[in-house]
Design a protein around this ligand. Structure first.
Ligand SMILES: [Zn+2]
Length: 267
């Protein structure tokens, strides 16, 4: 079945992954800027990363019939040093007009520190100033609920952000409600170890419905599965849900959110 994986880190994946994803029905991916698995030694390292996201990766995806889009930011893990983070943010404007850039992301919190929160607020303000969509990373495990609350507070404090232009990613059972209730979009990440499994994601949709909800693999350089979205499709179909109910979560919803950026035309 056709699908969009709206959160996957293809710079860390092989061309075999692109081939397998295309065979499974992937028509488009969107790739948020994130931690590379190691801290960059200088803000200039991000200039090359942003070139990779805006120039190299779309060319690598194209032969497989997959449209590649991306998001730009300094990730929360490398936002602990505010001076470093601000230098990275200053690099973003020169890439904002690239044809595959959809917005600012994945911004958010990692360990819920004061410095991370400061840089999060500055990047929310940056997105508002430049009229960009926002994709938000929420912290892992025991930090998730508090972090999600802090993030929603920061978005509200800014006051210039429309909730339907923000997707809060990596929601789980204990955070999905607060995100949807405030009018944001929510993403469920299908991960082998932490985060959701395809089964838990299907349970959540059966409990909360599929409005303003998507699933993604967040495949990256670690233990992750670039075919997690088609595996979710299989799980959802196996439970007896109709094909259009599967499409809503894996194709129509991502398309609806992403199409708020006029550059997005895939799927
Ligand atoms: Zn990510």
């Amino acid at each position: 079945m056709p699908y969009i994986d709206p959160h996957i880190h293809m710079v860390s994946r092989t061309t075999d992954d692109y081939a397998a994803m295309a065979a499974a029905g992937c028509v488009a991916v969107t790739e948020p800027a994130f931690w590379a698995g190691f801290d960059r030694s200088s803000p200039e390292g991000f200039r090359d990363y942003f070139r990779q996201l805006t120039q190299v990766e779309p060319r690598r995806a194209a032969p497989f019939g997959i449209d590649h889009y991306c998001w730009l930011c300094v990730n929360p893990k490398e936002a602990e040093d505010p001076a470093f983070a601000r230098e990275v943010i200053q690099l973003i404007p020169e890439f904002l007009d690239a044809p595959n850039v959809l917005g600012i992301g994945e911004i958010g919190l990692n360990r819920n520190t004061r410095n991370e929160l400061q840089i999060l607020e500055e990047q929310i303000a940056f997105a508002a100033e430049h009229d960009q969509l926002i994709l938000v990373h929420t912290p892992h495990l025991e930090d998730k609920r508090k972090g999600t609350t802090l993030i929603l507070d920061a978005l509200r404090r800014n006051g210039n952000i429309s909730t339907d232009r923000v997707l809060i990613d990596h929601v789980e059972e204990h955070t999905i409600r607060m995100v949807l209730d405030e009018g944001y979009w929510a993403g469920m990440t299908l991960y082998p170890d932490t985060k959701c499994t395809p089964q838990r994601a299907a349970d959540l949709i059966e409990c909360y419905g599929s409005e303003r909800l998507w699933v993604n693999s967040a495949g990256d350089w670690g233990h992750s599965d670039p075919l997690a979205v088609p595996k979710f499709q299989q799980e959802f179909r196996a439970r007896g849900h109709a094909a259009d109910a599967v499409d809503r979560v894996t194709l129509d919803n991502p398309r609806a959110f992403l199409s708020q950026c006029e550059r997005f035309s895939a799927g």
